[in-house]
Design a protein around this ligand. Structure first.
Ligand SMILES: Nc1ncnc2c1ncn2[C@@H]1O[C@H](COP(=O)(O)OP(=O)(O)OP(=O)(O)O)[C@@H](O)[C@H]1O
Ligand SMILES: [Mg+2]
Length: 611
């Protein structure tokens, strides 16, 4: 065995650098964080060839005194903490005193800096390390600091081989800059690549900064969050479920100004969406959590991208509660929200949802809608005429009909208006003061039933219906075992199952909503056997969703009115009123939208009326 030896400093730094600066984006992160810690108002990041050739970050921060320049590049040299107690409540982004020496050990580095009170700037430079006799040399530089990193990994060819194309490395840099810029709207930030300016952010409002980085659509398709409790303050925007994305590419979480990946927060957010979003979709969100620095340990990851909360359960419950509450508060209120605009080049279907409680509806609690089951033959295309049979009237010129007067009376309490027709056996068309509302009857009914089932369950009275003749279901042994293990959850929503053999069981009772629906397929799916048959979207597999919720969601989906079922106007209106009174009614249980508003102005525009 080789004798044990202490490694030389340069090698130690290079090993350390492997953790801290694994790619150019990590260098940019460390340098920009230093500028932020230095209180800079303006930062320019100038990158050549994805940062592999050069990364230069200039700020107007507090600067580094000449006598401290050499020290700043020494390992474990930091101005940010002094004693262990400081580490326990660190408020700056940096605290390890490792970034600059790590970067120096794998590059050609030059630091030029001038503090406010200094007559001029000083600089130091080195390749892999500083020369032993290096002292700060006078240089020209305004107040602030420039750190210039050239030829990254020039002395560690093995690492250099792992670098991707310059374009890919630059994309990673852009992401890092975006993340750091998100919650610092007052900071002027400029990013250049190969001499070309690719991002220029002026000091702006928080919302303008978010829109600049994530696009205007993000804000219009999300709801704002701002709540403080128990020393925790959560701010930001959470995307509406209907604006879910196929990839988790718009999820930003900051803790005390530090962009992080955090499991506790991620799980709380996932749970908050579990009810309204299919598990294969990803919500968009930008959230910032502020809390006492002493309540969070930031020293758990070499790149400082993770944190550990001292009271993680509290943080989890707080975040879940805030987001869950905000998502549930989203209700139809057409006149207060963005809709399809007349000058949109093509109709852009947006979900017109708004925050805020609806006025209570008279008789809402006692009304039980009776949606036709079975019904007539499937219709390929079906439009029911309006009840008053007006022939192509000009609404502006027409005298108020009794129908219209009655409609106007309920308008205030009925944001979704009055049903006028059913289209393709799927959509309900309704007229409200704003224009036309189009409702996906199945999706909306599913949400209404789901919320009702949940309420029933919460009050301990899930309606169950005993079958006159028990329904036998043949499964495999594993499936029977799985179902019997979930027996209690199933019983709580109205299923009564009896095992009759290793691979068979009887269904003795079903949820009242399903009394006329075959349930064998559902049970097979829950047991993970058999063919799911139905719409792929309805396979719910998110671990965060409780077994009960999953079952309820599927019961609601099964029991909801199906396509091609002919609805009468009173049935349609009953459903509209139910949607208005239901939490989370803007989307079905899988996050699909349930209705859209086409404003009158848009219709006028399409038909060039009033021009
Ligand atoms: N842009 C800058 N403006 C002013 N001072 C700076 C700047 N960059 C670095 N410094 C000084 O150099 C020191 C060393 O920086 P370095 O990034 O290596 O360590 P750190 O920020 O203290 O901790 P960490 O390794 O966690 O980033 C800092 O503590 C700070 O005093
Ligand atoms: Mg630092």
């Amino acid at each position: 065995m080789t004798a044990i030896a202490i490694l030389p400093d340069l090698l130690i730094d290079q090993i350390k650098a492997g953790e801290v600066v694994e790619r150019p984006a990590a260098v940019v992160k460390e340098l920009v964080e230093n500028s932020l810690d230095a209180g800079a108002q303006s930062i320019v990041i100038d990158v050549v060839e994805g940062g592999l050739n050069r990364i230069r970050v200039t700020d107007d921060g507090c600067g580094i005194p000449a006598e401290a320049l050499v020290g700043a590049l020494a390992r474990h040299a930091t101005s940010k903490i002094r004693v262990l107690a400081d580490l326990e409540s660190v408020a700056s982004l940096g605290f390890r005193g490792e970034a600059l020496p790590s970067i120096l050990s794998v590059s050609r580095l030059r630091v030029t800096s001038r503090p406010q009170q200094a007559a001029h700037a000083h600089q130091v430079h080195g390749e892999g390390r500083l020369a032993d006799d290096m002292v700060g040399e006078p240089a020209a530089h305004p107040v602030g600091t420039t750190i210039d990193v050239r030829d990254l990994f020039f002395n560690t060819p093995a690492r250099r081989k792992f670098m991707r194309s310059a374009a890919a490395e630059f994309r990673a840099i852009v992401q890092v800059v975006h993340k750091l810029a998100l919650w610092r709207p007052a900071m002027r930030i400029e990013l250049l690549h190969n001499g070309r300016c690719t991002l220029k952010l002026p000091p702006q409002s928080q919302a303008a900064r978010i829109a600049a980085l994530l696009g205007d659509a993000f804000l219009t398709e999300s709801v704002a969050v701002d709540e403080a409790r128990l020393g925790l303050h959560l701010q930001g925007w959470v995307g509406l479920p209907a604006a879910a994305r196929a990839r988790a590419d718009c999820q930003h979480v900051h803790v005390n100004g530090r962009p992080v990946r955090d499991r506790v927060m991620a799980s709380a957010i996932r749970r908050a969406y579990a009810d309204v979003m299919h598990s294969q979709h990803h919500p968009a969100f930008v959230l910032s959590l502020a809390l006492d620095p002493a309540a969070v340990d930031v020293n758990v990851h070499p790149q400082k991208t993770e944190v550990r909360f001292r009271r993680s359960a509290e943080v989890h419950d707080f975040i879940f509660g805030v987001i869950h509450h905000q998502l549930r508060a989203v209700r139809p209120e057409p006149d207060r929200h963005h809709q399809i605009r007349p000058d949109d080049p093509a109709p852009q279907w947006q979900v017109p949802l708004a925050l805020g409680p609806l006025p209570p509806r008279a008789g809402a609690a006692s009304f039980v809608p009776q949606y036709a089951v079975g019904g007539g033959p499937p219709l390929a295309f079906q439009v029911e005429d309006r009840a008053d049979g007006e022939a192509c009237p000009d609404p502006a010129a027409a005298p108020p009909s009794p129908w219209r007067a009655a409609a106007a009376q309920v308008e205030a309490a009925a944001p979704l208006g009055q049903a006028i027709a059913q289209l393709h056996g799927i959509f309900i068309l309704a007229e409200n003061t704003d224009g036309l509302v189009v409702v996906d009857a199945h999706a909306a009914h599913e949400r209404v039933l789901y919320e009702r089932l949940k309420q029933q369950l919460a009050s301990g009275q899930a309606a169950s219906q005993r079958l006159l003749v028990p329904e036998p279901v043949a499964l495999d042994e594993v499936a029977v075992e799985t179902l019997m293990a979930q027996r209690e959850a199933l019983a709580s929503v109205g299923f009564e199952l009896d095992q009759t053999g290793p691979d068979s069981l009887w269904v003795r009772a079903v949820p009242a909503l399903l009394q006329r629906t075959p349930v064998a397929g559902l049970l097979k799916r829950w047991a993970g056997s058999g063919d799911a048959g139905d719409d792929e979207l309805h396979r719910i597999d998110d671990g965060a969703q409780s077994a009960q919720q999953r079952v309820l969601a599927e019961v609601a989906c099964k029991a909801a009115i199906k396509a091609n079922r002919r609805l009468t106007l009173p049935e349609m209106n009953a459903l509209l009123r139910d949607i208005e009174g239901t939490e989370l009614s803007g989307q079905c249980n899988h996050g699909r939208r349930t209705w859209v508003q086409i404003p009158r102005g848009t219709l006028d525009h399409w038909f060039l009326r009033g021009r």
